[in-house]
Design a binder for this molecule. Structure first.
Ligand code: XUL
Length: 466
C-alpha cells in the first residue's frame, strides 16, 4: 500500500509517498514558498515586518502551496494508488477563521465547482495574518501567564509560558482586537488547518502539536479550561477537539489531483513530533537533532519530566506518551547569514572550513533573531575572540561550535544519549555532524530520507491502515 505524507514547514511544503510493504519512499516533491509563490510576499515564509519581534504569514500561502505540491505529485506519480494521508505543520502558528469557514469546508464536498482552494476560502478568514513560531512579540502576555499560573503552567502543559506558543499569541490578539476575536469562530494550528481542508471538516488537533499551545492539559489530553479562560474569553469553544489518529476521510475536491475521495486522513501533528516518528526515534533510546530553519533537539520521553530552567518543552508523542524538545531559533537562517557574510560556498561551510581552522578553539553565537533558548535579544554575532581578525574558516567553525555547545547545555535536562540521529537540510554538513559527535560524545547517524517530517506524516497514515 502507499501512503502520502505532507509536511508544511516554515519555508516550504513537501509531499512524500511511502510504500508500506517495501518500507521505502517512492516519490517526493516540494514547493518553496518564497521562490514559487512570490505573490504572497513571504520570501522566508513570513511577511516582512518593521518590528523584528513580529513574525506573521499570509495563511493563504499554505493553502496555495498545498495545491501546488499536490499538482506536482500528480504530475510525477499515480496518486490514485495512495491509500491514506497524514502530515504535519510548523508548530505553534495559528489560523483565525470566521463565519465563512464552515461554508468553505462544506464546499469541498463538491468536486465539480471549478474554484481553487484559495478562492473557496475567500471570506473564511477572520484575521488575514497568522502568527508563526518565529514571533516573539508576546512578552506582556507571557509575563501575565507567569504571574497568574507560575510553575503550574509548566507542570500542566509541559512548558512555561513561551512567546511563540499559540496561547500567548491568541491572548495578544484578543486583547488588541476584541471584536475580531469575538467574530472568530475557529482557531486552528497550521497542522489542523491543512488537515481540515483535506477532510472538508474541522480536523482535531493532536497531542503532539496541541502541547505547543500553552493551553493543553497534557496528562488528561484535554484543553485546560482554567488556562484557556484566562487566555481569552470563550476560547475553548473556538478550539477544535484534541484527538490523535484518524481525522476523517479525504474530501471529493481532491479528486482533481487524482486522489481517491474517502481514503482515511490522519490528524496532522507538529513538524517535530512528525520527525520523531520519521526518524524512528518514537521509542526511547536515541535522540534526534533536526537542523532546519530552527534547530531542535528531541527524544521520546519514558517518564514525564519538564525542564527546570524553563527553556525546554514536553509534547505528546504521536506513538503514545511524551517527547521532550528544545528549540533554538537561530538555526539554518543564521548559518546561511554567516555563510553569506563570510562569502564562502557550501562546500567550504560544510567541510573545508573545519579542515582549514586547525586547532582554533574560539566560539561564537549567532543572534540574528531574538533567541528563545536561552532568551537573548537579537544583537548579532557574539564571539569570545576578535571576530574581525579571524579567518573565514575560524568564523565558520566558531559559529557551528557555538550553536552545538549551546544546544548541548540546554538539553542536559533531557538526558545523555549514545546515539544521535541528525536530520534536516544542514545534516549534509560533515563539519556540523563531527562537531555534534565531539560535543555530545555520541555516535551520529544520518538518515537516507532527509524529509523525516514528511516521512513521519506518511507513517502516521500507514498506522491508520494497520
Ligand atoms: C518548535 C518550534 C519550531 C517549529 C518550526 O517548538 O518552534 O521547531 O516547529 O519548525
Amino acid at each position: 500500500m502507499y501512503t502520502l505524507g505532507i509536511d508544511s514547514s516554515t519555508q516550504s511544503v513537501k509531499a512524500l509517498v511511502y510504500d508500506t510493504e517495501a518500507k521505502s519512499v517512492v516519490a517526493t516533491v516540494s514547493v518553496n514558498f518564497g521562490k514559487e509563490l512570490p505573490e504572497f510576499g513571504c520570501p522566508d515564509g513570513f511577511l516582512p515586518n518593521e518590528d523584528q519581534l513580529v513574525r506573521q504569514a499570509d495563511p493563504r500561502l499554505w493553502v496555495a502551496a498545498l495545491e501546488k505540491v499536490l499538482q506536482k505529485l500528480a504530475d510525477s506519480f499515480d496518486t490514485s494508488k495512495i491509500d491514506a494521508i497524514g502530515g504535519d505543520g510548523q508548530q505553534h502558528g495559528s489560523v483565525y477563521l470566521g463565519a465563512g469557514w464552515s461554508a468553505a469546508l462544506a464546499s469541498l464536498s463538491d468536486a465539480a465547482d471549478g474554484r481553487t482552494l484559495v478562492e473557496r476560502l475567500d471570506g473564511a478568514f477572520s484575521r488575514p495574518v497568522a502568527p508563526i513560531w518565529m514571533d516573539s512579540s508576546t512578552h506582556a502576555e507571557v509575563a501575565a501567564l507567569d504571574v497568574r499560573f507560575g510553575e503550574t503552567l509548566r507542570l500542566r502543559t509541559g512548558s512555561p509560558a513561551i512567546e511563540r506558543f499559540t496561547g500567548p499569541q491568541i491572548m495578544k490578539f484578543a486583547k488588541e482586537d476584541p471584536s475580531t476575536f469575538a467574530a472568530t469562530r475557529r482557531i486552528h494550528l497550521v497542522s489542523s488547518f491543512l488537515c481540515s481542508l483535506l477532510i472538508g471538516a474541522d480536523a482535531p488537533i493532536d497531542t503532539g502539536d496541541g502541547a505547543g499551545t500553552n493551553l493543553l492539559d497534557l496528562a488528561r489530553g484535554e484543553w485546560d479550561s482554567e488556562i484557556c479562560a484566562f487566555t481569552a474569553p470563550g476560547l475553548v469553544a473556538k478550539l477544535p477537539a484534541v484527538r490523535n489518529g484518524r481525522a476523517g476521510s479525504l474530501a471529493p475536491y481532491f479528486v482533481k489531483y487524482g486522489l481517491r475521495p474517502g481514503i482515511p486522513v490522519a490528524a496532522f501533528t507538529g513538524d517535530n513530533p512528525a520527525s520523531l516518528v520519521g526518524t524512528g526515534a518514537d521509542k526511547p533510546g536515541v535522540a534526534v537533532i533536526s537542523l532546519g530553519t530552527s534547530d531542535t533537539f528531541f527524544a521520546a520521553m519514558p517518564v514525564f519530566k519538564t525542564d527546570p530552567d524553563g527553556y525546554g518543552h514536553v509534547f505528546g508523542n504521536p506513538s503514545g506518551g511524551f517527547m521532550s524538545l528544545a528549540c533554538i531559533k537561530n538555526g539554518s537562517l543564521a548559518r546561511e547569514k554567516v555563510r553569506a557574510l563570510v562569502g564562502c560556498d557550501y562546500a567550504f561551510f560544510d567541510e573545508g572550513a573545519f579542515e582549514a581552522a586547525g586547532v582554533f578553539a574560539g566560539r561564537a553565537f549567532p543572534y540574528f533573531e531574538e533567541e528563545i533558548t536561552p532568551k537573548h535579544p537579537g544583537t548579532g554575532i557574539e564571539a569570545d575572540f576578535d571576530w574581525k581578525a579571524a579567518s573565514d574558516a575560524e568564523k565558520v567553525v566558531s559559529i557551528v561550535r557555538g550553536q552545538v555547545l549551546n544546544m548541548y547545555e540546554r538539553t542536559r535536562w533531557i538526558g545523555a544519549f549514545d546515539t544521535i540521529r541528525v536530520t534536516g537540510g544542514a545534516s549534509r554538513s560533515k563539519g556540523i555532524r563531527d562537531t555534534i559527535a565531539a560535543v555530545f560524545g555520541a555516535r551520529v547517524e544520518t538518515l537516507d530520507v532527509p524529509d523525516s517530517a514528511a516521512l513521519g506524516g506518511a507513517i502516521l497514515a500507514a498506522w491508520l491502515l494497520g
